[in-house]
Design a protein. Structure first.
Length: 173
């Protein structure tokens, strides 16, 4: 009797294992948090990205330390935003240089309204798993050099990280 029960239990266990065999899921995308990136305004300031892999079976997995990070050049006018003013390490921690200032922001004032635009550093995050590579980008704006005017926390950020769009503020200069 015990032998029969063990045989049935063993067969049931094997059936469960085989039922899951062949189910596959595929890496579809990654999500970077915070999606709006960072606006670093103090020398040495840091922030941390979290990279989440999204799979076809709706599961997710944090893959921050398994991702790679590439910072692109800002399109800020002149030499206002040198590439070595910002870095991202293998753990997804973004850091403003403590010795090199950067300003990706521009501002114009008309009356009492100041408009801001940013030319952020684009950060491309890449994650590869089982031969599937996915990428996503996130912006880093900087205001660490002397005299750089940037929106305060009370103002809105530009809505598109890829284009310099004005964000309105009623803060007088």
């Amino acid at each position: 009797m015990l032998r029969r029960v063990l045989t049935v239990l063993g067969a049931g266990f094997m059936a469960m294992l085989l039922a899951n065999c062949g189910q596959s899921y595929k890496l579809q995308s990654i999500t970077i948090t915070p999606a709006v990136g960072y606006n670093l305004i103090s020398p040495g300031q840091t922030g941390a990205f979290v990279v989440t892999a999204n799979y076809s079976n709706t599961k997710t997995n944090i893959v921050t330390v398994h991702s790679s990070y590439q910072i692109g050049a800002s399109l800020a006018p002149g030499d206002a935003a040198p590439l070595d003013a910002v870095s991202v390490n293998n753990s997804g921690v973004v850091s403003a240089s403590s010795s090199i200032g950067s300003c990706t922001w521009t501002s114009t004032t008309s009356g009492t309204t100041t408009s801001y635009a940013t030319y952020p550093y684009p950060v491309t995050v890449t994650y590869t798993e089982n031969g599937v590579t996915v990428q996503a980008s996130v912006p880093i704006s900087m205001g660490t050099s002397a005299g750089c005017l940037y929106p305060t926390a009370a103002t809105s950020r530009p809505s598109s990280p890829k284009r310099a769009e004005a964000a309105e503020s009623s803060r007088p200069e």
